[in-house]
Design a protein around this ligand. Structure first.
Ligand SMILES: C[S@@+](CC[C@H](N)C(=O)[O-])C[C@H]1O[C@@H](n2cnc3c(N)ncnc32)[C@H](O)[C@@H]1O
Length: 315
């Protein structure tokens, strides 16, 4: 199979925590699972093999094409559908195709390998390309345009809030002064010069690229808005499994699960808050992390954290 002139296998995305995801949705037979981040289609395919019906969505048009190709037999048989959608809009897609209520929701956040590998997507500072970073290249501002329209304070806030960049103000000033910045290599060099001498293993541009990707795709707002609605769309016994790759995402998942697992009583004299029954049971007290052997096979898995919750019956 070929894509963009590059052999498909070269860009194959290795699904993270695959066995753990399949067992989270056991028994899979007949379960209707919404895969919000289809990516390379690995998790979706494993769930289909286990007997689930899958609606696979992704904001990235190229991911959608790849997954449609990979799952072609299941699409033809009616067991799978693949649609382009942001994760906070996928519930409407599920409603439109008659998938509700859901038996499962899966998100494996972040980037697919092919997005990192293709220089023209602008996600990787090691590859010279346009400074884009949008999952959906037909809408919104590219990272270059976002920088162009921002002031130093905006840039510093994003670097600090979305990636805890050291000396965020100094790096933001250097970025702002160097505008326009059209390429990944240009941004990497500016950040390299403005950052304090490196002590750790990671290049300072790693965190700057993470922060820009988050703001350009509005990733944290989308996740926080979507999770409570997705949980409410689960049938009793339905499960939600989210794999995150950095602490900001993981904190959102943990807090939403914790809040919806709590029952509250109305407090006389303290406003009109109605009683709330717990909607979910959290199945992972601590997040599940990949084994040493998985990390050895797939170093990209090393920061993955999986949290799972189960929808309770309404009583
Ligand atoms: C880590 S990959 C998923 C890999 C997939 N589970 C597999 O097995 O191949 C993440 C995918 O999620 C998509 N994505 C990330 N954030 C998204 C969002 N907020 N809405 C929709 N898609 C998103 C990206 O385009 C990317 O293709």
């Amino acid at each position: 199979m070929q894509s963009c002139g590059v052999p498909y296998d070269h860009l194959m995305h290795i699904p993270v925590l695959l066995e753990e995801i399949v067992s989270a949705f056991e028994p899979a037979a007949g379960r209707r699972v919404l895969d919000l981040t289809a990516g390379g289609g690995g998790h979706s395919e494993a769930l289909l093999r286990a007997g689930a019906q899958v609606l696979a969505t992704d904001a990235d048009a190229e991911a959608v094409l790849r997954v449609r190709q990979r799952l072609a037999d299941w699409v033809e048989s009616g067991a799978a559908r693949v649609e382009q959608s942001w994760l906070d809009e996928s519930l409407s897609v599920a409603a439109a195709v008659g998938m509700l209520p859901l038996g499962g929701v899966l998100a494996d956040l972040g980037l697919s390998s092919f997005q990192l590998d293709e220089a023209e997507r602008g996600f990787a500072f090691m590859r010279e390309g346009p400074l884009d970073m949008r999952f959906d290249r037909t809408h919104g501002l590219s990272a270059a345009e976002w920088i162009e329209r921002s002031d130093v304070a905006d840039i510093a806030r994003v670097l600090r809030d979305y990636a805890e960049v050291d000396h965020a103000w100094r790096v933001a000033e250097a970025i702002w002064a160097a505008r326009p910045i059209h390429s990944t290599a240009h941004l990497r060099d500016i950040v390299g010069r403005a950052s304090p001498v490196r002590s750790g293993r990671i290049h300072p541009a790693t965190l700057v690229f993470q922060a820009l990707r988050i703001v350009v795709n509005d990733e944290l707002r989308r996740l926080g808005d979507a999770l409570p609605l997705l949980i409410r769309a689960l049938q009793p016994g339905g499960r939600i499994a989210i794999i995150s790759f950095h602490s900001l995402e993981d904190r959102i998942v943990k807090n939403v699960f914790r809040d919806l697992a709590r029952s509250t009583q109305p407090q006389p004299g303290f406003g009109e808050d109605p009683a709330q029954l717990a909607l979910v049971r959290v199945l992972t007290r601590e997040p599940i992390t990949p084994s040493a052997s998985e990390i050895e096979r797939n170093p990209r898995a090393r920061s993955a954290r999986l949290r799972i919750a189960e929808r309770l019956a309404e009583s």
